[in-house]
Design a protein around this ligand. Structure first.
Ligand SMILES: *Cc1c(COP(=O)(O)O)cnc(C)c1O
Length: 413
């Protein structure tokens, strides 16, 4: 029995079976590299679901956290902490004038955003939030109600009311969905879980206009797209469209659990004392880590690297698309958010990549999701591309009959 197999058997016994897990037990990591408990090395092009945006175990995050752990780890939110204030200042500096509420996860950041919109709307009897089909906003009861995918809701009814789903990137659908009860529109600028669907610039601009006209709160869920991932600090900057509320989480903490709900000046004081809270939200230790993330983005010029590596990947994936046109339907790229839509099941492909030491993800059955760390190096991009090329060749119809036949044949031997 390998060490991995031992851990898997402990999970079978003690951990609730809520995830379809890959049998890979990670023990340590650095930058874009991770090692499993049996010592095998992998190149991680989907680090922690985009959590480790500046790479695993960034030394500045690690030392800031270690130092803070000896000084002060947690402060309850009825006291003040300089680190929380400083982190909020950083976030505001890069987003828009306003204020921040700190939570511990993406779902919680979104809960805060929805509560803010509801509270604002309560003055005028409005409560309805419009969200998009194929969206993903988290797993709390309200966020599965907000998420526009049936699979996350099934069996959990009755769900909190007041959410309405419409097709993404469809302006007419927005106009039709708005009623005198509508208080919010919530969407991801790029639907990552939903298959790397990128909002069009006209759509985003029109949403802003409609929300201004009707005094509707425009909420962008940037839990996954935030913190440089899109080639801008926040994806909304690519559109030159400022939301009323933006939510952040994943990469914000450099590996630590954090969520943030950021509201523009007009909405910054809606959540007043007694309306919302979080015991752990914005604790010094987590804020110390997040501040190190901002420092790394600035000092290591990660925005620049993100754009350079994005252009390189776009070009190289374009090459793979022409070479393997039977397999690859479309490549969608914004910054280092990359979706490769396939004509075959993505699961088969990422499993082959895993065998070859490359970690990627698949969503919506046929879309490979690739999000290398922002400080990924050219040689790592080259290595990932050559791995993908090899794996695609393996599946390519030109190389030995229908991919299914070949795949299942190899599986048996
Ligand atoms: C991951 C994710 C969430 C949920 O975040 P959790 O930290 O898992 O609660 C919400 N929205 C988007 C866009 C996400 O990618």
């Amino acid at each position: 029995m390998t060490d991995t197999e031992k851990v898997v058997s402990m999970y079978d016994k003690y951990i609730m079976n809520t995830y379809k897990r890959i049998p890979l037990c990670l023990e340590k990591a650095k930058g874009a590299k991770v090692w499993d408990i049996d010592g095998k090395e992998y190149l991680d092009f989907f680090p922690g679901w985009a959590v480790s945006g500046i790479g695993h175990c960034h030394p500045w995050v690690a030392s800031a956290v270690a130092k803070q752990a000896r000084k002060l780890m947690h402060v309850s939110n009825n006291y003040y902490s300089k680190l929380q204030a400083t982190l909020a200042e950083e976030i505001i500096k890069y987003s828009f004038p306003g204020k921040v509420f700190f939570a511990n996860s993406g779902a919680e950041a979104n809960e805060a955003a929805v509560k803010l919109a509801r509270l604002y709307g309560s003055r005028t009897g409005r409560y309805e939030i419009i969200t998009m089909l194929k969206s993903f906003h988290g797993r709390t009861l309200a966020m599965i109600a907000a998420t526009g995918q049936e699979k996350v809701k099934h069996g959990f009814e009755p769900l909190p009311e007041g959410f309405k789903h419409i097709p993404f990137n469809d302006l007419e659908a927005v106009k039709e969905a708005i009623t005198d009860k509508t208080i919010g529109i919530m969407l991801e600028p790029v639907q990552c879980e939903g298959g790397i669907n990128i909002a069009s610039p006209e759509y985003m601009k029109s949403l802003r206009k409609i929300c201004d006209e009707k005094d509707i709160v425009l909420i962008f869920d940037e839990v996954q797209t935030g913190m440089c991932r899109s080639g801008e600090m926040f994806a909304f900057k690519n559109y030159n469209v400022t939301p009323d509320v933006v939510t952040l989480a994943k990469a914000l903490g450099g590996g630590l659990p954090i969520g943030a709900c950021v509201a523009r000046e007009k909405f910054q004081d809606v959540l007043a004392p007694g309306t919302h809270a979080s015991t752990f939200g914005g604790s010094p230790i987590v804020c110390a880590g997040a501040l190190a993330v901002f420092k790394a983005i600035r000092k290591e010029k990660l925005l620049k690297n993100t754009r350079r590596m994005s252009a390189l990947l776009k070009k190289k994936l374009g090459g793979l698309k022409s070479k393997h046109h039977h397999l690859i339907k479309e490549v969608r790229v914004m910054g280092l958010i990359i979706g490769i839509e396939l004509n075959i099941k993505g699961e088969d492909v990422y499993k082959e990549c895993l065998k070859e030491g490359l970690l990627i993800n698949c969503t919506q059955d046929t879309v490979l999701r690739i999000m290398p760390p922002l400080n990924v190096m050219k040689k790592q991009v080259d290595r990932a591309i050559s791995t993908l090329d090899r794996v695609f060749s393996y599946f390519d119809t030109r190389e030995g009959g229908f991919y299914e036949e070949r795949y299942h044949l190899d599986r048996r031997t």
